[in-house]
Design a protein around this ligand. Structure first.
Ligand SMILES: [Zn+2]
Length: 481
């Protein structure tokens, strides 16, 4: 890659770039990208030799041979340019492995700032945080407003949790319609883009938690409709997903069906409802790092995941602690001493593979029936989970959707155009079109022949500000256009 506006040239992996580009752009938020092989996200075939002109952080022109005065030029030499990626299911409040290390709040804050950068370094320019502590969400929003590097941060705030139900993470529970009204008031103040409802009776064969009462569910549906806030639901089986359909669910945040499969009639009902479905294969797949630690050698993992998190993920005891905690979740009546023993029996490489394959089969059936699928990695899903890294897990989720049988172009749609529509942001993001925000990624390889090419990311461009993954991880905070 070659830029014309700045003097300092560095050579990296055969590419030429300037290290001063990002700073000058941060002031101007103007950029001329040349020689792009453009996948614009509209479903059109890739278009080689494309120029994209960015002014004031937005796409001002797209053409075959554009020129502009006084605008930094990024010649990408035939590399592929795509819309910035959207992860529709993350939890930035959770630091992977923090419960195992007993991280202090200050350490967690430091790592959270690294996670924000990691999303950009991995090409993820928009995230939807589907359940987060109120104070943490406020703090993240304040950081970003002050110019801290990070993706566009959308959140559902803390979800609606029943008394003594899942998740037991200190979120205020909802026993009455008055509780619901008070919670909505707080969510509105936070500026949520929807609300999250948990309908989880248990992860095993038995129901171990109560779910939200019919009265509370009705109050949530009413208030959400009044406030025009779409309802996002955590549910993993037909019974609870049917309750969600009755509430007018906008999106299911999990593909679910890690054991068991949906009935044909249910698949058709979901398709007819128009509800979106998040994939979240990484819920199972990330844990297989315990049995395949070589995955930690991936260049993008090493570049974007904090060293302390990689160290925890390398520790075999961390994997066993996670597995034991999972047994405790499934069968809470069992004495603690048995959790570890049963974990050895039930949580294995083979059992994880089987659960992943089951969910992939289910999501494929939903997709074939016409249900709009969105990429959701569920990164940071549990503080005791040391493997569910922020940033790079999103790219893994795309690869797992491809493995589930979706063609690469449709997988890319599931991380761009489709979630933009789900989030009612189609006028802003999701495709590379005139007037839209210049959130783009530049990758060296061809993602249509192999989605792992997304890991060859050379630049993430956010609102017209272009930086390499290294610069996003370690550069100074930039001033937002
Ligand atoms: Zn989640």
């Amino acid at each position: 890659m070659r830029t014309r506006c700045c003097a300092i040239l560095v050579t990296c992996c055969g590419l030429i770039a300037t290290v001063a580009l990002a700073a000058s752009q941060a002031r101007a938020a103007a950029l001329l990208i040349q020689n792009a092989r453009l996948i614009d996200g509209t479903g059109a075939a890739p278009h080689p030799g494309t120029s994209i002109l960015v002014r004031d952080g937005r796409i001002a022109a797209i053409g075959d041979d554009l020129a502009a005065q006084d605008v930094p030029v990024l010649d990408v030499q035939g590399a592929t340019v795509l819309p910035g990626l959207i992860d529709s299911h993350i939890h930035l409040g959770v630091v992977p492995g923090s419960a195992l290390r007993r991280d202090t709040p200050e350490v967690e804050r430091t790592l959270r700032r690294r996670h924000l950068r990691a999303y950009l370094a991995c090409g993820v320019t928009t995230v939807l945080d589907t359940h987060v502590d109120l104070a943490v969400a406020r703090e993240i929003k304040a950081w970003l407003a002050a110019g801290e590097p990070g993706p566009r941060y959308l959140t559902l705030g803390p979800g609606f949790v029943p008394p003594d139900g899942y998740p037991a993470d200190g979120t205020p529970s909802m026993a009455t319609p008055e509780d619901v009204a008070a919670h909505f008031a707080q969510l509105a103040e936070l500026g949520v883009v929807g609300v999250k409802v948990f309908l989880e009776p248990g992860f095993g064969m038995r129901r171990v938690w109560p779910t939200l009462s019919a009265e509370v569910r009705a109050a949530i549906a009413r208030e959400a409709a009044d406030r025009r806030l779409p309802i996002y639901v955590h549910a993993q089986r037909e019974e609870e997903m049917n309750l969600a359909l009755a509430m007018g669910v906008h999106a299911f945040v999990h593909g679910g069906f890690y054991d068991g499969s949906p009935s044909d009639g249910f698949v058709q009902r979901v398709a007819a409802s128009g509800a979106y479905l998040g994939s979240t294969f990484a819920v199972v797949d990330a844990q297989s790092i315990e049995f395949h630690p070589e995955r930690l050698e991936d260049a993008l993992v090493r570049r974007t995941v904090p060293a302390v998190e990689i160290a925890t993920a390398r520790d075999p005891a961390a994997g066993r602690a996670l597995a034991a905690a999972q047994i405790g979740m499934v069968e809470p009546w069992l004495p603690n001493v048995l959790h570890g023993l049963l974990a050895r029996w039930f949580v294995s490489d083979a059992s994880l593979e089987a659960r992943l394959a089951s969910s992939q089969r289910a999501v494929r059936r939903f997709w074939e029936a016409g249900v709009p699928i969105v990429v959701g990695s569920d990164s940071g899903n549990w503080p005791i989970d040391p493997y569910h890294f922020h940033g790079v897990t999103t790219l893994r989720e795309l690869e797992l959707l491809r493995d589930a049988g979706m063609p690469p172009m449709e997988v890319l749609d599931a991380a761009t155009r489709v979630p933009a529509r789900m989030l009612d942001l189609s006028d802003e993001i999701g495709t590379v079109e005139l007037g839209k925000r210049a959130d783009l990624i530049v990758v060296r390889g061809d993602p249509l022949s192999d989605l792992r090419a997304l890991r060859t990311i050379a630049w993430t461009i956010q609102g017209g500000v272009a930086r390499t993954p290294e610069e996003w991880m370690d550069g100074e905070p930039v001033t937002r256009p």
